[in-house]
Design a protein around this ligand. Sequence first.
Ligand code: PMP
Length: 287
Amino acid sequence: MSRSVYVNGAFVPEAEARVSVFDRAFLMGDGVYEVTSVLDGRLVDFDGHLARLQRSCDELSLPNPYDRDRWLAIHREAVARNGLIDGMVYLQVTRGSSGDRDFLWPAPGQCPPTVVLFTQSKPGLADNPAARSGIRVISLDDLRWGRCDIKTVQLLYASWAKTQARQAGCDDAWLVQDGMVTEGASSNAYIVKDGRIVTRQLSRAILHGITRTAVLRLAAEQALEVEERPFSLAEAQAADEAFITSASMFVTPVIEIDGVPVGTGRPGAFVARLREIYVGEMREAAI
Ligand code: PMP
């Protein structure tokens, strides 16, 4: 089915959606994005994603073209027009096109941002088989730039890492800096040891995951202990359980790291329970 895609103020059939070849995102990766999950036709943690979009824009002096209510209306219209039940809404804001290739950022107000938003249908998003089977990851050096806290469309290393993982017969990659895990290629990374959750603290080295924030809040409400600090691959391989979080994978168990089984090598009860709590709460609170 042809999707109805939002481009710069209007919904158009996907085959008619056009952006300039001089768009700075196309030439320089000069744009930011968000992915918001949809469950039962409703947006999961929309305000978290909007807050991070604003932060990404502010960090890069990119104008955020719309306020929260306008963004919400566009998201809802995209969901309605495309009959989306379960899946994701992808949005991208770029620094636009000044009609030529130029390294320098155009002066503020000189060049309107490009806005693109589309839906991706994933029936049964919350019943992903990976939640029951767990995923296997390989480790790779974290060769990304130094501002991984900004959600830019510059995803070459992430897509390369995921492709290398697939070529190695695994599902995903965990990235490692100075012997310590930063995060997954498109997720935050966690281990569980003796009932305590360990995940890297926020910094410029990782994306400040919206799912991470929600999961840590829910963990606190459940009186679970959380340590925010770096952990090594060896510590992860010796953990009781491990998992990732992201907007589209929610909470997903990791059962193997570089060929070494984590715990029993099967998804464990701790992570299964955390996922259940997270999905339950988010489904309830979706708007
Ligand atoms: N880290 C990276 C590098 C990511 O790409 C993502 C997903 N966009 C995440 C973490 C998880 O963030 P979120 O929970 O907001 O989807």
